[in-house]
Design a binder for this molecule. Structure first.
Ligand code: ACO
Ligand code: LMR
Length: 604
């Protein structure tokens, strides 16, 4: 891989570090990336499903997952892991990702991973051909393509340091702070950087100088390289060997910081864990001298670096190796932005015509479009266009439950309300408010409990015992007037439809074995219309390859009762209009139909 990242690179960000993620997205917007560079966030302790971030003036939702495995399964194209776990967790997170596979690079920010573990982790990554940046790093950048987290700081600073588009220098440092400083120096004295990595300050880091320089040697965008090492370690000597072996041919500028160490009597441990010389070869001075001897451009001091950078750049420019850069147009991140209060993922009424999940209304409304009301339901309720058999089932349910005569709880209430002089909305709501666990609203409960019983392989007997312990009647079982002898033909119709059109109906088959047992106790304890709908919805979703977790979300949201609510609204409105048409007077319940059992109030 000649280039570490491209404009299509996407990352999984481990830990919801909002500032760092926002900085990545501001960068993406500025350089006009088409996809956000963060595809998913792993937030183990959050129960949220997504977080909102600004993308320019707008906001985008980035999905949250509890584990790396879930995030990777949902966003398999994201091949960079930005591991922002603490030093206690970072090792495990990295090892898990390496075992999962599918990552080309992993950046580890934590400082202080035990060295023994870090060595094993780095070796394991190398054996898997995964580039590890860090531990103890700010990360890296391919300007104009992908920027890790906080590299370069604020967006203003990034543009000022020419990190918004590729320059010619390949930059490798140990320190993150000095990485930013050098990006700035290079932008002032040359045309910016083509690729840059801060390899990290720990003694044992994943990718070392030579790994990065060899990649940059192969990257045609990189015309010369700058290495900023420091006292401690011998990695710089590998660079010298590579030059001698002809593996590194592009001009290299280098400097090792820490030359001041010689003025101290004993060894000095600088800020980084790796920044301490264990023998003479590891001192900054020895390494600078050796690099100078190998033909690397080594300044007399850090202060002379800008001059050398300018000289090397101008020479390559004069030779024609480096061409002038045409500044790309940039997006400007607005100074003030307001987070949106509401989110809508199903329809959009901006523009000339409103859309249902991307379908303009005119493309679904009329019969010639081939869309029916079931299609529109599947799109607006479940954000997917279902196959014909499933759409037909949704519509069959609506038509089946549209009405069941004036005597049932809801219709009765709607009629009484209409007769009290109330309008259609009030009367409809009065009817709808009766829908609940006993009447029409047992669909979700039936789906939940039968699914539970089937998932746990409970025999019908065990299921009944379980429900007894729960202390509730089995949702979806029982009817006031329907029984084995007086079967509910709606149920027969739904079962027939499913048997003819569903790919399979395992939950229905299970429910029928439960019904055999309940009706053997009492013949009204049939699988009722609510139960049949709930159970068949689960069979439908399973046939449509929904995952169990997704089905559970529908059930918990009350999506199944919604079929009864919508369908029965048709009937309720019919009854209300009937009352209005008949101009019926206010209803009063016959007193002789009420058992009055009022006692004298007790004295307190
Ligand atoms: N599970 C277990 N036992 C039940 C169930 C059930 N779902 N339903 C009734 N029983 C038992 C009762 O415990 C009672 O037993 P008992 O005689 O030993 O005391 C007996 O059957 C009669 O109970 P009732 O409540 O009088 O039965 P009723 O016929 O009045 O109730 C109802 C009908 C409300 C539908 C009831 O069966 C029930 O609550 N079912 C679960 C909820 C449900 O599915 N509702 C949707 C119905 S369809 C619709 O509304 C569109
Ligand atoms: C209905 O659909 O309303 C009925 O199943 C309920 C009832 O009491 O008949």
């Amino acid at each position: 891989m000649a280039q570490l990242f491209t404009r299509d690179t996407q990352a999984i960000f481990w830990n919801n570090n909002k500032t760092a993620i926002q900085r990545m997205l501001d960068y993406d917007y500025t350089i006009k990336r088409t996809t956000p560079s963060v595809a998913a966030i792993v937030a183990p302790t959050s129960s949220n499903k997504f977080d909102k971030f600004f993308y320019g003036p707008d906001e985008v939702m980035i999905p949250l997952f509890k584990t790396t495995a879930e995030a990777k399964a949902a966003q398999p194209q994201a091949d960079v892991l930005l591991n922002f776990a603490s030093f206690r967790t970072a090792y495990d997170v990295t090892m898990e990702a390496l075992n999962l596979g599918g990552f080309s690079s992993i950046m580890i920010t934590a400082e202080g991973i035990p060295e023994r573990l870090a060595r094993g982790m780095n070796e394991f990554a190398r054996s898997k051909n995964v580039t590890v940046i860090g531990p103890a790093t700010v990360g890296g950048i391919v300007p104009g393509a992908f920027k890790i987290a906080n590299v370069g700081g604020t967006i203003e600073n990034i543009v000022q340091s020419k990190l918004h588009r590729a320059g010619s220098c390949g930059l490798v440092t140990r320190s993150g702070g000095l990485f930013n400083e050098l990006s700035n120096i290079i932008s002032i004295n040359a045309d910016g950087i083509a690729e840059g990595v801060a390899i990290g300050g720990d003694r044992f880091v994943g990718s070392v100088f030579i790994d990065n320089l060899l990649r940059m040697e192969a990257n045609p965008e990189v015309k010369y390289m700058l290495l900023l090492g420091e006292v401690g370690g011998t990695e710089e000597y590998k660079v010298i060997e590579a030059i001698k072996a002809g593996k590194l041919t592009k001009p290299i500028i280098a400097w090792c910081i820490g030359t001041i160490a010689k003025y101290y009597d004993s060894g000095v441990q600088f800020g980084h864990a790796g920044a301490s010389a264990n023998d003479d070869r590891e001192t900054a001075e020895s390494k600078n001298n050796a690099m100078r001897e190998a033909g690397i451009h080594v300044p007399g001091s850090f202060n002379d670096l800008p001059e050398i950078i300018s000289a090397v750049y101008h020479e390559l420019h004069a030779q024609g190796t480096i061409k002038d850069i045409k500044e790309p147009p940039l997006n400007l991140v607005p100074k003030s932005r307001r987070s949106k209060e509401f989110i809508c993922t199903i329809s959009d009424d901006r523009g000339e015509e409103a859309h249902y999940c991307g379908y303009p209304i005119s493309s679904v409304a009329t019969p010639d479009t081939g869309f029916t009301v079931g299609d529109v339901m599947s799109i607006l309720w479940f954000k997917k266009r279902y196959p014909r058999w499933a759409v037909d089932f949704l519509e069959t349910v609506l038509k089946t439950v549209a009405d069941h005569g004036p005597a049932v709880s809801g219709a009765h209430n709607a009629k009484v309300t209409a007769r009290a002089g109330k309008d259609v909305i009030s009367s409809l709501i009065a009817g709808l408010l009766t829908i609940g666990p006993r009447f029409g609203g047992a669909i979700d409960g039936a789906a939940k409990y039968f699914k539970y019983a089937d998932d746990h392989k409970l025999t019908p007997k065990e299921f009944l015992a379980y429900m007894k312990k729960e202390g509730t009647p089995i949702p979806g079982i029982g009817h006031r007037i329907k029984s084995l002898k007086n079967p509910d033909l709606r149920v027969e119709g739904l079962k027939k439809f499913a048997k003819e059109h569903f790919p399979s109906t395992p939950l229905l088959d299970y429910a029928l074995t439960v019904e055999q047992l309940t009706t053997s106790k009492k013949e009204t304890l049939i699988l009722n219309v609510d139960g049949t709908i709930g159970i068949l919805m689960v069979d439908m979703w399973r046939s449509l390859s929904y995952k169990d977790e997704e089905i559970d979300v529908f059930i918990d949201a009350g999506a199944l009762n919604a079929f009864f609510i919508l369908g029965r609204s048709i009937g309720f409105i019919g009854h209300i209009l009937d009352e209005k048409r008949l101009a019926m007077p206010m209803y009063r319940h016959p007193m002789d139909d009420i058992l009055y059992d009022v006692q004298k109030a007790e004295e307190l």
